[in-house]
Design a protein around this ligand. Sequence first.
Ligand SMILES: Cc1cc2nc3c(=O)[nH]c(=O)nc-3n(C[C@H](O)[C@H](O)[C@H](O)COP(=O)(O)OP(=O)(O)OC[C@H]3O[C@@H](n4cnc5c(N)ncnc54)[C@H](O)[C@@H]3O)c2cc1C
Length: 289
Amino acid sequence: MIETFGKTLYNVPIKDYTTYKLDGIIKMVVYPDDLEKLKDLLKYLKENAIKHMVIGNGSNLIFKEDYDGVIIKLDNFKGLEIKDNIVRVEAGYNLMKLAIKTANLGLSGLEFAAGIPATIGGAVYMNAGAYKEDMSLVISEITVLDDNLNIRVLKNEDLDFSYRHSLLQKSNLICLDATLVLKHGDKQKSLDLIYDRKRRRIESQPLDFPSAGSVFRNPDGKFAGELIESLGLKGKSVGDAVVSEKHANFIVNMGKAKGKDVMKLIKMIQDEVKENYDVKLKVEQEFVE
Ligand SMILES: Cc1cc2nc3c(=O)[nH]c(=O)nc-3n(C[C@H](O)[C@H](O)[C@H](O)COP(=O)(O)OP(=O)(O)OC[C@H]3O[C@@H](n4cnc5c(N)ncnc54)[C@H](O)[C@@H]3O)c2cc1C
């Protein structure tokens, strides 16, 4: 039955769908063919009480263990329309690709996204950002599918954006597309900024090992990485999950790390930081069960 909604894969490794590449299996992955098929699939999953979740590039996810449900991928939702400085882009489109494409057209505003391996849907959900800029600064509105399978348009001010937060985190809304308003800028300046930021990331982040970016949110006025490094926790490990030697706010997977290894390591870091600095580090990555 599920195959009628789009390409369906069974018992696939979690590592093929996430940047952490943790050990484990996803029972089913479905790529709905189009919006109608997506609606039908959601209806079917709800009626049959089947656990499910839409994911993007899996670049912020820690699967705790095998996933006994359906992962929905919006790879067939990658439309892009650019008219003057207005960009309408579907949820499955790659954020970095969009940053380079718009910069090449002399549009400025997405340079911050260089090095964030997100889809548009995941970037809106997380209000992804860097260098004190984020998605909330460029989004004018998004189209969502709500719990009753109705299409709704939500304006920027409806989206409750703040640091790595959006309304989508407190709802079951599925982002279908986003409309961005960019500024006319200087193509070369935007491209230089993008490549400079990419270079800085290569220098400072452990991009040669699987991870999901920063593990912890920066607490007010402090850097999580600095607190962790000052406690000598670089190199600390549980199984193959290791606090990166290059950047202490990254946990990297040195081979066959499991979700429970990452979780244990996170808890150890939180306990040490709490004990020594009385700061409760909040996890920026999302646990999936
Ligand atoms: C090397 C590296 C560097 C990173 N650097 C940064 C950085 O500088 N700044 C930053 O903010 N993040 C960074 N990240 C983290 C990550 O890229 C972001 O959190 C990103 O927004 C996640 O997007 P995604 O498409 O991979 O979403 P996923 O990780 O697949 O999903 C994240 C959440 O979004 C939800 N979601 C996905 N698509 C939709 C949709 N269409 N509708 C509704 N919900 C949806 C999922 O259900 C899930 O809850 C980094 C990650 C890595 C691996």
